[in-house]
Design a binder for this molecule. Structure first.
Ligand code: SF4
Ligand code: SF4
Length: 341
């Protein structure tokens, strides 16, 4: 089985990690069963977060008393030291563990450093000294912050969106991590559901010996697809290159990744779907023209142009304009304008 060394942590994990965000949408028994099955087939790196509601509790339900061989990562969105300790203790209690292997600042507003006045990095060091965490990581969605994380030399791992739709800038982050002996954890390896070709996605990941993708699994069938591709061996050759090139041509550049950082919208628009609904309609086998989706698309007409989503979008996409483009195409395909609620 392919193993990846998570940089200077020295931890070696299965080349396919488990992203435990989507298990929030599963029942407790189903999630526990899926996690246990993943473990049984050799997946040993699980990434969760305090912000993923009951994800940590589901990991506990799956592995309590049997964490052997598992490398567990979690994250905190705390913005001050008091919340940092509250969140860490809550995570440990939810997980039923006395330590977390890799603890990450979850999309922090700055790259925390010792002496920056926040006390946040010092809190990580103290948690490490107390044995509550083993290694320190950071997650980011912005290239500049990710670069700061690498340049700081303070972090053992970086977690960043990375897929074959990424560009040279993201690939430079991977190289930067390698140069600093940092592990690189790839979130959104299927680009939020827009990549449907798992073989091509895994083939791309296989090009980087310091990258661990965390596949966001929430169905047995998704785990089956992953296992089938593993059994077949990583795809390679001109055929897979052609598929990647075709997807890049169709999707590359200014497309919404569905990260949701632009929300909540003050008038309740579901920006993260409405800004990419046509991509979903074309690529995923989902009916995006149901009355429910018509209603959501009609809600985009209520935008008051407050500008908050544009400020928050890490990809500088200008969500209102993107939604407008999607709305125009949506109406053309639907054949009529949905009624504005
Ligand atoms: S600009 Fe429009 S879509 Fe964006 S947050 Fe404001 S109201 Fe919502
Ligand atoms: S518009 Fe930007 S912030 Fe909002 S979901 Fe899409 S990529 Fe994320």
């Amino acid at each position: 089985m392919e193993r990846i060394r998570l940089g200077r942590t020295g931890l070696e994990v299965c080349a396919d990690g488990f992203g435990a965000l989507p298990i929030q949408r599963m029942s407790m028994p189903d999630a526990a069963a899926l996690l246990r099955r993943a473990r049984a087939v050799g997946i040993d790196f699980f990434d969760t977060a305090r912000a993923y509601t009951d994800s940590e509790a589901k990991l506990k339900a799956a592995f309590e008393g049997n964490w052997d061989g598992i490398v567990l990562a979690s994250k905190t969105m705390a913005k001050n030291v008091a919340d940092f300790w509250r969140e860490l203790d809550k995570s440990l209690a939810e997980l039923g563990r006395d330590h977390i292997d890799l603890y990450q600042f979850h999309m922090p507003q700055q790259c925390y450093k010792p002496g920056d006045g926040t006390g946040m990095y010092e809190a990580m060091l103290e948690a490490k000294a107390q044995g509550k965490i083993r290694f320190i990581g950071m997650t980011a969605h912005r290239l500049d912050r990710a670069q700061q994380c690498i340049d700081s030399g303070l972090y053992d791992t970086l977690q960043f969106p990375f897929s074959y739709l990424s560009g040279p800038q993201e690939e430079a982050l991977v190289a930067g991590c390698k140069a600093q002996d940092m592990g690189f954890i790839a979130m959104k390896a299927l680009s939020g559901g827009l990549i449907t070709d798992i073989a091509a996605a895994r083939a791309y990941m296989g090009r980087f010996d310091n990258v661990v993708p965390i596949w966001g699994l929430q169905r047995e069938s998704e785990l089956d697809a992953l296992l089938a591709d593993r059994a077949a061996g990583r795809a390679s050759g001109p055929e897979v290159e052609k598929r990647i090139a075709a997807d890049r041509a169709e999707l590359g550049g200014a497309f919404c990744r569905g990260c949701g950082y632009c929300m909540p919208c003050p008038v309740g628009i579901e920006i993260s779907m409405c800004a990419r609904i046509m991509l979903f309609s074309r690529r995923a086998s989902m009916d995006m023209f149901t009355p429910e989706w018509q209603h959501k698309m009609a809600q985009t007409r209520n935008c008051i142009e407050c500008g908050e989503c544009a400020k928050a979008c890490p990809y500088d996409l200008g969500p209102p304009a993107l939604m407008q483009k999607n709305y125009t195409e949506y109406v053309a395909e639907l054949g009529f304008e949905p009624k504005v609620p």
